[in-house]
Design a protein around this ligand. Structure first.
Ligand code: G
Ligand code: G
Ligand code: MN
Ligand code: NA
Length: 254
């Protein structure tokens, strides 16, 4: 079977799971949110990386139901954790540009919240810079509608696309996520450091929160902390974890 045929079956047979990676407060080290990352547990191929199957899902249009499944699953899981009395933090889901432009975006998210009873403040949405900058006027309306549902909105992989700063300023977004390619060579790489400082200055000027991705070392953390980066995500704190392991982190901290 081709990867494409396998994907159709995987959606039907729910071979997907979400892993959760903590996002921690840079000052206190406490988990304040998490990112849900999709994993495909293929019966024969083993774990298939989203780097391999997301592009195929996008080409075939399967990404729309798949993204809607991710939203539903994250909401379901948080509702279960809340019912169990865990100190639940908001979870950010990644939505592709196809989901962002899909007619069913708003109804599917509203349905996930309603059917699970999850308060909307627990759901965050990450959209890439390229997804929101393609048709800014349409994007503005969609972002506004997502905000009206009560969601927090992040721009993912920030710095790797082409943002119009005047557009960015008008968008009702909450957070920028600094792409890990800029974090990787901190603190020694001068150009990486300058880019990170520029993104932080921009975010502070616009009143946006910032998440640094791919934080792996104490030196990276210290650099980011000293420049008032509010949130950190990366292997230094935790890899993306299966739901039960992440629930343990919620109870005990990273
Ligand atoms: O863990 P990592 O290998 O998860 O993810 C690789 C890439 O796949 C990243 O760019 C990440 O944003 C993307 N990705 C992970 N999970 C999802 C998802 O649920 N939806 C979409 N659209 N992309 C995802
Ligand atoms: O594109 P997006 O930012 O959603 O992708 C997140 C990706 O980054 C996932 O593949 C996730 O597993 C990966 N990731 C998270 N933390 C780290 C890290 O500290 N180092 C590296 N190399 N990858 C990371
Ligand atoms: Mn992301
Ligand atoms: Na990224």
């Amino acid at each position: 079977l081709s990867l494409e045929q396998d994907l159709v079956r995987a959606v039907e047979q729910s071979q997907f799971v979400l892993h959760y990676q903590p996002q921690v407060d840079a000052a206190t080290g406490r988990i304040v949110s998490a990112e849900a990352l999709l994993r495909w547990e293929h019966p024969l191929r083993g774990m298939v990386s989203p780097v391999q199957f997301i592009p195929v899902a996008e080409e075939t249009g399967l990404i729309v139901p798949l993204g809607e499944w991710v939203v539903m699953e994250a909401c379901r899981q948080m509702a279960v954790w809340l019912a169990e009395g865990l100190p639940v933090v908001p979870v950010a889901v990644n939505l592709s540009a196809h989901n962002f432009r899909s007619d069913s975006l708003l109804t599917s998210i509203a349905y996930a919240l309603e059917s699970t009873g999850l308060p909307s403040r627990y759901l965050h949405v990450e959209l890439t810079e390229s997804a929101v900058m393609q048709e800014p006027e349409q994007a503005m309306a969609t972002l506004g509608a997502l905000k009206s549902l009560g969601l927090m909105l992040s721009i993912d992989d920030f710095g790797t696309g082409y943002s119009s700063l005047s557009t960015l300023k008008q968008f009702p977004i909450d957070l920028l996520k600094i792409d890990r390619s800029f974090v990787r060579d901190l603190p020694d790489d001068a150009s990486g450091a300058s880019i990170v400082e520029a993104i932080l200055a921009l975010a502070h000027a616009l009143g946006l929160g910032v998440v640094a991705e791919g934080v792996e070392t104490l030196a990276q953390r210290d650099f980011l902390r000293s420049r008032r980066c509010g949130l950190m995500q990366g292997y230094l704190y935790s890899r993306p974890q299966p739901a039960d392991v992440f629930a343990g982190l919620l109870r005990e901290g990273v």
